[in-house]
Design a protein around this ligand. Structure first.
Ligand SMILES: Cc1cc2nc3c(=O)[nH]c(=O)nc-3n(C[C@H](O)[C@H](O)[C@H](O)COP(=O)(O)O)c2cc1C
Length: 309
């Protein structure tokens, strides 16, 4: 009753971890049975090691969190030697999330990780700044998104998830560009750009200045963006943003997501993703659903409704 497919990636259930919130490998294993997950999505890996941003890198906000980790990781060589083989032994699909500063680098990295044993699928983190495009994130425009996806698609047949930024006006158009260039699924969304200020100290709360807002505070925005993506493309959508319960998962599915990712809530409760996955079947059964796909996209908004008050 729970199996779903994202292109060629088959999942036993629709619940995955979200990149950057579940470690680089099996860090969550002491807190739950990782085999209860549909898939494990790992922290963004880049070609070279990255030290990340200066501290402080986390700041709590009402119902949410600002972070500016800065994609800290030990680089792809270390990842392929140490981290991926360990997580591959868990026995659930492993989605390798990649980041780069140019479309060429995305392709080079995708080619390497795509061939690695244990990589079930690739998720391209298109919130990375495109250095050749004025440092705007790749997923800021359909053209930059399409170019990155085209280059990645040319070098790997692995299922490709394209993770979009919510910091755009029309996310559906970006999702359409990803679909047109061969993405198997779209992940919506990454964090919302935010800023917190210690006004007495006359400084920002995060060492890097801006940060990305995540957690339940962003859930309605994420659900709306999943809906927009689902109306714009035929490929599956992976919903992400503020999920803290099986109830929240069902909300994303009703908006049009085929699968979901649990992120910030792993910091509140490191067993959250596993627990949510195990609570889902009973919740669906009690509500009268025979299969999770009956719920996907079951809600439609009447056109012409005004937004806001
Ligand atoms: C501390 C932290 C680190 C993150 N690191 C990454 C990352 O490396 N790559 C990525 O694609 N998303 C990263 N994200 C974004 C999450 O995967 C997710 O898209 C976002 O937080 C929204 O989901 P949530 O509200 O459930 O956390 C990070 C989020 C947090 C809170």
């Amino acid at each position: 009753m729970l199996e779903v497919s994202l292109g060629g990636l088959r999942l036993r259930n629709p619940v995955m971890t979200a990149s950057g919130t579940a470690g680089h490998s099996t860090e969550l294993a002491p807190f739950g049975d990782l085999r209860s997950l549909g898939a494990i999505v790992l922290k963004t890996v880049t070609r070279l090691p990255r030290p990340g941003n200066p501290p402080p890198r986390l700041f709590e906000t009402p119902s949410g969190m600002l972070n500016s980790i800065g994609l800290e990781n030990r680089g792809v060589d270390h990842f392929l030697e140490q981290e991926l083989p360990e997580v591959a032994r868990v026995g659930v699909p492993v989605v390798v999330n990649i980041g780069a500063e140019s479309a060429e680098d995305f392709a080079a990295l995708a080619a390497r990780v795509g061939e690695a044993p244990g990589c079930s699928a690739i998720e391209a983190n298109l919130s990375c700044p495109n250095v050749q495009g004025g440092a705007l994130p790749f997923s800021s425009t359909p053209a930059a998104c399409g170019e990155a996806v085209r280059r990645i698609r040319a070098v790997t047949k692995k299922p490709l998830l394209v993770k979009l930024s919510p910091n755009v006006t029309r996310i559906g158009e970006i999702a359409r560009a990803a679909e047109a260039e061969g993405a198997d699924a779209v992940t919506a969304v990454n964090t919302l750009l935010g800023l917190a200020i210690d006004w007495r100290g006359r400084r920002t709360r995060l060492g890097a200045g801006w940060g990305g807002l995540s957690g339940p505070a962003i859930r309605p925005v994420a659900v709306r963006m999943v809906y927009e993506c689902a109306r714009a493309v035929r490929i599956p959508i992976v919903g992400c943003g503020g999920i803290a319960s099986a109830e929240d998962v069902c909300e994303f599915l009703a908006a049009g997501a085929t699968a979901v990712q649990v992120g910030t809530w792993n910091y509140v409760d490191p067993s959250a993703a596993c627990r949510i996955a195990s609570e889902l079947p009973e919740m669906l059964r009690v509500a009268g659903f025979g299969h999770v796909r009956e719920l996907v996209g079951c809600v439609r908004i009447e056109p012409g409704g005004a937004a806001g008050g």
